[in-house]
Design a protein around this ligand. Structure first.
Ligand code: AMP
Length: 200
């Protein structure tokens, strides 16, 4: 099989351990001065992509973050975890507030074409908006097969074998490539990005 070029979505979100506070005017939540991190499901997505690279199934892992300048921190973590390259699509202020999953999916679809990626791994959902839509919309825009809520991914012949977590238990599906996969919690345990690696 020809080697995979993998694009991974890495959204910067309020850290999962932060107790989120609603703004006094009730227009949203307080984000200023609050710790942010990579969306936990995106860490899992990135770990899976890096493991494919380590197994020499993937030739390149590209991390993508759409959002304000501070996303560069998230991308530095992605590089420290093993991504080969990082792409920042800067969207800030009210434009970022209005950036919905369809907008992100359109950006990712354009990057897939530009980078000639043949696998996209996203988190199953972002823990700030809990939308669980971007992967599905991206697959529809690209007209690629999708396997959402993945708890195991392996390469089989010219395609992928994916185990999905569904309401009734587990479902095994086979996909041809190119494809979109979204990561569920039990897919793997992401490695820890050490501080020296983040700083280089
Ligand atoms: P959502 O559909 O918003 O729950 O997000 C699902 C997944 O899409 C996330 O786990 C990310 O992998 C990806 N994603 C969503 N928003 C962004 C963003 N602004 N930058 C990079 N990836 C994103």
């Amino acid at each position: 099989m020809s080697q995979l070029r993998v694009l991974v979505g890495c959204k910067r979100v309020i850290d999962y351990a932060v107790k989120v506070r609603v703004k006094p005017d009730k227009t949203g939540v307080v984000k200023e001065g609050v710790k942010h991190s990579m969306n936990p499901f995106d860490e899992i997505a990135l770990e899976e992509a890096v493991r494919l690279k380590e197994k020499q199934v993937a030739s390149e892992v590209i991390a993508v973050s759409c959002g304000p300048q501070a996303c560069q921190e998230t991308l530095r973590t992605a590089l420290a975890m093993g991504a080969d390259r990082a792409l920042h699509v800067e969207v800030s202020g009210s434009e970022y507030e209005g950036l919905l999953p369809l907008g992100v999916a359109k950006i990712l679809a354009a990057l897939v074409k530009k980078e000639e990626a043949n696998l996209v791994v996203l988190g199953k959902q972002a823990i700030d908006d809990d939308c669980n839509q971007t992967g599905q919309m991206l697959a529809a825009l690209l007209d690629w097969p999708q396997a959402t809520f993945a708890s195991a991914v392996s390469v089989e012949g010219e395609g992928l074998a994916v185990t999905r977590e569904v309401d009734g238990g587990l479902e095994n599906v086979r996909l041809s490539l190119p494809a979109v996969v979204t990561a569920d919690l039990r897919l793997n345990e992401p490695r820890y990005a050490t501080l020296p690696n983040i700083m280089v």
